[in-house]
Design a protein around this ligand. Structure first.
Ligand SMILES: NC(=O)c1ccc[n+]([C@@H]2O[C@H](COP(=O)([O-])OP(=O)(O)OC[C@H]3O[C@@H](n4cnc5c(N)ncnc54)[C@H](OP(=O)(O)O)[C@@H]3O)[C@@H](O)[C@H]2O)c1
Length: 254
């Protein structure tokens, strides 16, 4: 049987939002595959725990406390990764905030926080990463998007708007920087056992939607996103640029 091994050997990779969920799982899987993982997020104790867990298994990882809505902290994240490891090969934009707010109730402050977390942080991390990737003529940028970029659900409209814009961010990078050795792709998860769905009460609440709203009638697992990401970051996906990989059990079909 073929074994997946060392797919990201010695690649320096920054991930936003490694303190929980899909980001945490990606950090662990990428480190198992030989990457030097720079994790980030606001909950320092959780992020340090993830990085320490990776080091305890012989991997290489640091955590940099970052509020991704603050462009200075995002710049610091990218700069510190390069100072520590000497280069930056890959960026995975993953952090998110998905509040349940009907459009009629939305405040300007909530709008700004949703946009800054789900879009602004992706844009500014990308801009700062490009400054290092272009001169080295190598870079892989992966955006964790969502099936909701095209499937609107009541109460998460503003999050969906930000995710739709991430789709065009992916296109912009893929078009403008391919000749600089940079590839940009995105993954659109469906309902995954992470974030709100880490809580069994929410899974029970969404049972009908999970079972009847998805052709594959179950939640996806964070590892199923991490391995899709592993492929898109690997050199085997060198001809993928502006790829959108739905990992959603076919959810958008219903
Ligand atoms: N779970 C799903 O069903 C699902 C479905 C579709 C798409 N997705 C996408 O998958 C990605 C991961 O989501 P998840 O489900 O794993 O959610 P999660 O467990 O809630 O993780 C979100 C991560 O984002 C970080 N984050 C949030 N606000 C931040 C900020 N201001 N600054 C820095 N980090 C921040 C959090 O860290 P701190 O709180 O420590 O800052 C956390 O590590 C997101 O892009 C989400 O849109 C998830």
């Amino acid at each position: 049987m073929a074994v997946i091994q060392d797919v990201l050997k010695d690649k320096v990779i920054v991930i936003t939002g490694t303190t929980s969920g899909i980001g945490k799982c990606m950090a662990q899987v990428f480190a198992q595959q030989g990457a030097k993982v720079v994790g980030s997020g606001r909950r320092e104790n959780l992020g340090e725990e993830v990085a320490a867990g990776i080091r305890a298994k012989g991997g290489d990882s640091i955590f940099i406390r970052t509020d991704a809505t603050d462009p200075d902290q995002v710049r610091n994240l990218i700069d510190t990764a390069v100072t520590h490891y000497g280069r930056l090969d890959m960026l995975v934009n993953n952090c998110a905030w998905e509040p349940q707010i009907l459009l009629k109730d939305l405040t300007w402050e909530q709008y700004q926080k949703v946009m800054n977390t789900n879009l602004g942080s992706y844009v500014m991390a990308t801009v700062n990463a490009l400054h290092y990737m272009i001169p080295q003529h190598y870079g892989r940028i992966l955006n964790i998007n969502s099936v909701t970029m095209e499937q609107i659900v009541p109460g998460v409209g503003v999050y969906s708007m930000a995710k739709a814009a991430v789709h065009n961010l992916t296109k912009t990078v893929a078009l403008e920087y391919a000749r600089d050795g940079i590839r940009c792709n995105e993954i659109c998860p469906g309902l995954i056992r992470a974030g709100a769905f880490e809580d069994p009460k929410n899974v029970e609440w969404a049972k009908d939607s999970i079972e009847n709203g998805t052709p594959v009638p179950r939640l996806g697992e964070p590892e199923e996103i991490a391995y899709a990401a592993l492929y898109l970051l690997s050199d085997k996906a060198d001809f993928c640029n502006d790829a959108t990989l739905f990992v959603d059990g076919g959810r958008r079909l219903i």
